[in-house]
Structures are given as structure tokens and as C-alpha cells.
Design a protein around this ligand. Structure first.
Ligand SMILES: [Ca+2]
Ligand SMILES: [Ca+2]
Length: 231
């Protein structure tokens, strides 16, 4: 019996060490995880998501160890009141449409990272109020990893009238330019900050944002967008 006990002892030790290691790798720590402060919600061209919308989230624990296999969830609703994500997203991005959220899992190589592009629109259309169309300020996207909120991010949106898209009506076009121009003018005239038009991602809305939008517009990589959106 004693021989059997000796034979099993190393296996028990290894098992104990593995369990301890697994406990160290979690949970996600907001202070050590990395999330961009601004996330660009874009369209597509010939079915390919606009690469200018790409961003990376890195999930780490309190010892700065990257966590692979962590489920990252970005909740646009209920706080991003003027953003509507597309009902279908690119490969690797799952969608919880009724709750206005997307999900993806961090990889093991590079460890703890997930790289995404999120497609969607804003829902401005019709006559603009003097103060500009209503919408979210900063930090409306809530970002979770493994069920723990690790950050918030501001949603920047280019297809500002996208929920009124019809077949044959492109994503980002001259109509959006006019809407953006008017929105920025409304903020300049005393209206509240709207994250969707902060294209320079500096926390302010002014003429510089129109220049940044123009560069994006001329690049024409979001000239198409989805017709079906989530709530
Ligand atoms: Ca549009
Ligand atoms: Ca800005």
C-alpha cells in the first residue's frame, strides 16, 4: 500500500500546483486590463468591415498576467442611446441583439487579447433640434471581462443616419457629412457634448472633428452598412 501511495504522491502535488496557478489567473482586474477610451462604430465596403474601426482589448489579472479564454462583453445598451449595432457582425464577434451587446473571447496568442471591429449606426434623422439630436455623452459602452466590468468607452459613430438606411442607400455618404456638420455646429452653439461626433477622440467636439470625419469619409471604407439593427 505504501508503494501505491508514493506513486500517486507526485501526481497529487502536480494537481495541487495546477489548481493554484488557475486561481492566480483571475479574475479580470480593471487596473491592469487595457480598453481604448473611444471605440469607433463603422460600416463596411464590399462586405469587409472598415479596418479603421479595429481595436484591441487586453484582459489581465491583478498580477498583470494576461487571461486567455476570457469572455469580453461590450454593452451598448442601455446607455448608448443613439447607437444601434448591426444585427450581424464580423466573424469572431457574437451578438446579444436584444440587449444591444457584442461578445468575443480573448486568445491565448497574443495572450489575453481580443481584436474587434464593431459595425453599426446612429439613429439621427429628420429635423435637428437646436441643441442637436439627443444622444450619449462619454463612456456609454460598458466593457466586461468574465462578468466583471473593467472599463467604459465612448462610442464614436460615422453612419449617423444609418437606421434609416434602405436598400441602395449607402452607409456613410454626403448626407452624413451634412448631419455631422450640423451636429458639431449645435455643440459649438452651446449644445451638450455628444460622443458620437468626437472623431478626433479628445473629449471635445469642435471643427477638428469635422476634419477627422472628412478623412474617414474620403477613405470610403464604410460606404455600405447593415439594414438590420439591434434595439
Ligand atoms: Ca448614412
Ligand atoms: Ca474632438
Amino acid at each position: 500500500m505504501s508503494h501505491v501511495g508514493l506513486l500517486f504522491a507526485p501526481a497529487l502535488l502536480f494537481s495541487s500546483a495546477t489548481a493554484t496557478h488557475a486561481q492566480i489567473l483571475g479574475p479580470a482586474d480593471p487596473a491592469h486590463s487595457t480598453v481604448p477610451a473611444f471605440i469607433r462604430v463603422v460600416g463596411s465596403r464590399q462586405g469587409t468591415p472598415d479596418p479603421s474601426g479595429v481595436f484591441t482589448i487586453t484582459v489581465r489579472d491583478f498580477l498583470n498576467n494576461p487571461i486567455a479564454g476570457s469572455l469580453v462583453r461590450l454593452e451598448f445598451q442601455p446607455n448608448c442611446t443613439d447607437t444601434r449595432i448591426c444585427a450581424a457582425q464580423a466573424n469572431g464577434v457574437s451578438i446579444d441583439c436584444p440587449n444591444g451587446a457584442v461578445e468575443a473571447t480573448t486568445s491565448s496568442l497574443p495572450a489575453g487579447q481580443v481584436t474587434l471591429i464593431i459595425q453599426g449606426s446612429a439613429d439621427n434623422h429628420g429635423p435637428m433640434p437646436v441643441q442637436g439630436w439627443p444622444g450619449a455623452s462619454s463612456g456609454c459602452i460598458r466593457v466586461f471581462a468574465g462578468g466583471i466590468q473593467i472599463a467604459t468607452a465612448t462610442a464614436v459613430v460615422y453612419d449617423v443616419n444609418g437606421t434609416s438606411n434602405l436598400p441602395g442607400n449607402p452607409g456613410v455618404n454626403g448626407a452624413d457629412y451634412s448631419f455631422v456638420w450640423a451636429s458639431i455646429g449645435a455643440v459649438g452653439g452651446g449644445g451638450p457634448y455628444r460622443g458620437r461626433v468626437d472623431y478626433s477622440t479628445d473629449g471635445f467636439v469642435n471643427g477638428a472633428d469635422l476634419s477627422f470625419f472628412n478623412i474617414f469619409f474620403l477613405n470610403n471604407a464604410s460606404g455600405e452598412n447593415c439594414l438590420a439593427h439591434c434595439p
